[in-house]
Design a protein around this ligand. Structure first.
Ligand code: NAD
Ligand code: AHE
Ligand code: ZN
Length: 375
């Protein structure tokens, strides 16, 4: 198949809020600096549902192949690719790591800018796409498009991982788990003996809890409006579980009262801007830090009294947990293999690609942490 177009199955999104349609697509061979990957498994992240809903101001191109939480094996490589070989096990990265752009060289951020502009428009750097379906061009998503049996990514947008790691599990490290875990240990840099509140205990929030436990936080509040999430939160180390619906008072007030003035660290893992405000205001005066991870709908804005910041609370954000994919993700895969990081428990549902719409339904019904799709 090297150098030839591959025909395979993919779940194509033809328009906003329409069910995905599983059909045959053509995947062009990898160009210069590109690799073609056989995707074996992919998670479904809340952000896939967000873009499918049409509420992502950036995600306005159809048809598109969604998915950004995948694991696969390199089928072939394009010209000038030097660090990846056919047969390598890889995780596609929606934040690449080129090591040459201003952002990569700054040492201050994981937000590589090398191909961000074209990636945000669903295109490869040559302004073209590598997917065709029914004679029509199909757009890429976040540089990954893992809802296809074969996909094309850039060399800078994949990380080679230990081939002993089961791809149907570590695919989840391609987004949700790494995002939450990194936000706790890297963006917030949680210190021992501190207090933490995690708003939203889906795949991302549960991973913040894991990060807080690894940093030896003293008290970890799991906050969710769906109490079915608490069983998972407790298993992963939450010390207190709180449902805001059980209280008349605003949740920030409840938490401030329970913690002698507020928390050292809080995290929004919901994407709801009112929750973001509550998380900031639940922070301790003088030093509390609130990290925004959730992705808000187009047009939404955050607000609080500036006095909240004047008096020492800090508002921050985190993308992919601040993790540099090529440099740091292999170590997180090793943490999983050495049983320092829980992944298996997140997989509450498994589907074949033909049933991928059921994974989106499961996400909305609240019983699900992560679905893994296999081809
Ligand atoms: P999820 O849907 O699995 O989990 C969200 C959780 O929030 C659910 O348990 C839900 O019950 C809870 N929730 C909803 N409203 C709430 C409220 N008012 N108060 C308390 N809890 C509430 O989603 P996920 O996959 O874990 O992703 C979480 C968010 O993070 C999404 O917005 C997603 O788009 C975003 N995300 C961001 C990044 C990043 O890099 N910044 C990466 C992955 C996901
Ligand atoms: N396109 C949206 C924002 C989407 C967003 O915030 N994406 C996160 C990753 S979510 C993964 O589940 C991210 O990494 N952002 C950094 C980046 O460069 O996109 C919008 O509002 O325009
Ligand atoms: Zn995601």
């Amino acid at each position: 198949t090297v150098g030839k177009t591959i025909k395979c199955k993919a779940a194509v999104a033809w328009g906003p809020s329409q069910p995905l349609s599983v059909e045959e697509v053509e995947v062009a061979p990898p160009g210069k600096g590109e690799i073609r990957i056989k995707i074996l498994a992919t998670g479904v992240c809340h952000t896939d549902a967000y873009t499918l809903s049409g509420k992502d101001p950036e995600g306005v191109f159809w048809p598109i192949i969604l998915g950004h939480e995948g694991g696969g094996i390199v089928e072939s490589i394009g010209e000038d690719v030097t660090t990846i070989q056919p047969g390598d096990h890889v995780i596609p990265l929606y934040i690449p790591e080129c090591r040459t752009c201003k952002f990569c060289k700054s040492g201050k951020t994981n937000l590589c800018s090398k191909v961000r502009a074209t990636q945000g428009r669903g295109l490869m750097p040559d302004e073209k796409t590598r997917f065709t379906c029914r004679g029509q061009k199909v757009y890429h998503y976040m540089g990954c498009s893992t809802f296809s049996q074969y996909t094309v990514s850039l060399e800078i947008s994949v990380v080679k991982i230990n081939h002993q790691a089961p791809l149907d599990k570590v695919c989840l490290l391609g987004c949700g788990i790494t995002t939450g875990y990194g936000a706790a240990v890297k963006t917030a840099d949680i210190q021992p003996d501190s207090t933490v509140a995690v708003f939203g205990c889906g795949g991302v929030g549960l991973s913040v809890i894991q990060g807080a436990v690894s940093r030896k936080a003293r008290q970890i509040f799991a906050v969710d409006t769906n109490p079915r999430k608490f069983e998972f939160a407790k298993k992963l180390g939450a010390t207190d579980c709180i449902n805001p619906k059980d209280f008349e008072k605003p949740i920030q007030q409840v938490l401030v009262e329970k913690t002698d003035g507020g928390l050292d660290y809080t995290f929004d893992c919901t994407g709801n801007t009112s929750v973001m405000r509550a998380a900031l205001e639940a922070c301790h005066k003088g030093w509390g830090q609130s990290i925004i991870i959730g992705v808000a709908d187009a047009g939404e804005e955050i607000s609080t009294r500036p006095f909240q910041l004047v008096t020492g609370r800090v508002w921050k954000g985190s993308a992919f947990g601040g993790i540099k994919g090529r440099s740091e993700l292999p170590g997180i895969v090793e943490d999983y293999l050495n049983k320092k990081l829980e992944v298996d428990m997140y997989i509450t549902h498994k589907f074949k690609i033909e049933d991928i719409n059921k994974a989106f339904e499961a996400m909305h019904d609240g019983e699900c942490i992560r679905s893994v799709i296999e081809f």
